[in-house]
Design a binder for this molecule. Structure first.
Ligand SMILES: *[C@@H]1O[C@H](CO)[C@@H](O)[C@H](O)[C@H]1NC(C)=O
Ligand SMILES: *[C@@H]1O[C@H](CO)[C@@H](O)[C@H](O)[C@H]1NC(C)=O
Length: 380
């Protein structure tokens, strides 16, 4: 064959380039969106063989949901109003006469947890029966799941396996009657579901209930707790304290327990016990007594020589958290070399003569504050 020089050059350019399958890419390669948002992926193909046809599919070959649309030229895949079922890998396939190639994009759908309770409730159970309620929560990211009793933060017995949190009683008691809430949350949001559980005792057995499951009071206050009980014959009501006698300043009248001028040591769980010939039932009130701080300085007097180190610790009893501040009595501020730490310690690495004086620590919590002083004498 006789080729002209021009044809040779043309063939050198074209004939040396073998026909290759398209090179395909997808942008973005990963998208994490919240349920309800929209997202698009763009597919691009480079090829020395035309035409190139683009096709989108799911990497697992599942059909698209109805909210997935592909643009007219096949390059753009859009998911409008994303839902959890849209999660997965999307594959763009580029096809030419020289072959086919593909690229994947991953779509991660974040959504608020969905909760399913099994059984759904309301639940009526017999006294002493084993009872369990499963709370299954699905969400992305994976939610944390917890059970609570409505109106109480007392820890419940639960068992966690995978995405199921099981609330369980080996033998349910009358006082377990109530509303229980399963809460699930992730960084997209939170959901909850509730179930009412009624424990049925033998006929006439008492069922006790308290007017308040938890209370926080301040030292010195007078506190009342009320207990009521149904049952036949009418049950006797008594009050006691968990692992301790009742405070000596208490009275009980008609199911009402009154504690006068409570102190910190009176914090704890109080138990109402309703008893008749058919059985008994307990109900609980948890009380926390909060106290203002009481501050002391250790030491409260110190004699030093110039150049010595000063260390004074401020201590405080009372409800936490307690914050400490140090000041110098009759002066605008602490010496420049003084360091006061969050736990109430005042230090001066090397004292000077004029660091002498009275230092004051103020301990503060959300109820009140208390002051203590330390005398510092520095003599050469
Ligand atoms: C409540 O009363 C019953 C029956 O008298 C008794 O067995 C039970 O221990 C009592 N509970 C408390 C906390 O005192
Ligand atoms: C304390 O004494 C030092 C030198 O002994 C002096 O430089 C400093 O100004 C004094 N500070 C005060 C607050 O009097």
């Amino acid at each position: 064959m006789d080729l002209s020089p021009g044809a040779l050059i043309l063939c050198f350019l074209l004939c040396s380039v073998a026909a290759e399958p398209p090179v395909v890419s997808v942008e973005p390669r990963f998208a994490a969106v919240r349920q309800g948002e929209s997202v698009s992926f763009r597919c691009q193909a480079r090829s020395n063989v035309q035409p190139v046809r683009l096709e989108w599919k799911k990497a697992n070959n599942q059909p698209f949901l109805d909210n997935v649309k592909i643009g007219p030229d096949g390059s753009m895949l859009t998911v409008a109003n994303v839902r959890p079922g849209n999660q997965g890998q999307y594959r763009c396939v580029a096809i030419s006469s020289a072959g086919r190639s593909f690229a994947n994009a991953a779509l991660n759908v974040r959504h608020v947890p969905k909760i399913q309770l099994t059984p759904a409730g309301p639940l009526q159970v017999r006294l002493g029966d084993p009872v369990s309620v499963e709370c299954k929560a699905t969400g992305r990211p994976r939610p944390t799941v917890a059970w609570q009793r409505q109106g109480s933060t007392i820890q419940l017995v639960t068992e966690e396996r995978n995405d199921v949190n099981v609330l369980k009683w080996p033998a349910i008691r009358p006082e377990d009657s109530g509303v229980y809430v399963c809460q699930a949350g992730n960084n997209v949001g939170a959901s909850e579901a509730r179930i009412e559980i009624t424990v049925e005792g033998p006929p006439g057995a008492p069922v006790a209930s308290v007017n308040i499951a938890e209370m926080t009071v301040i030292e010195g206050q007078t506190v009342t707790m009320e207990c009521q009980a149904s049952g036949s014959p009418p049950p006797e009501i008594s009050w006691s304290k968990l692992r301790a006698p009742l405070p000596w300043r208490h009275t009980v009248a008609g199911g009402v327990l009154t504690l006068t001028s409570v102190g910190r040591q009176d914090s704890g769980q109080y138990i109402c016990n309703a008893t008749n010939i058919n059985g008994y039932s307990e109900a609980y009130t948890q009380m926390e007594v909060e106290t203002p701080p009481y501050a002391t300085c250790l030491p409260d007097q110190v004699k030093l020589k110039p150049g010595d180190a000063l260390v004074v610790q401020c201590l405080a009893h009372g409800s936490h958290p307690i914050t400490f501040t140090w000041a110098r009595v009759g002066r605008a501020g602490l010496p420049a070399a003084a360091v006061a730490t969050a736990d109430g310690r005042l230090t001066i690495a090397r004292v000077k003569q004029n660091d002498s004086g009275t230092y004051k620590c103020v301990a503060t919590n959300h109820i009140g504050s208390s002051e203590a002083q330390a005398k510092v004498m520095i003599k050469a």
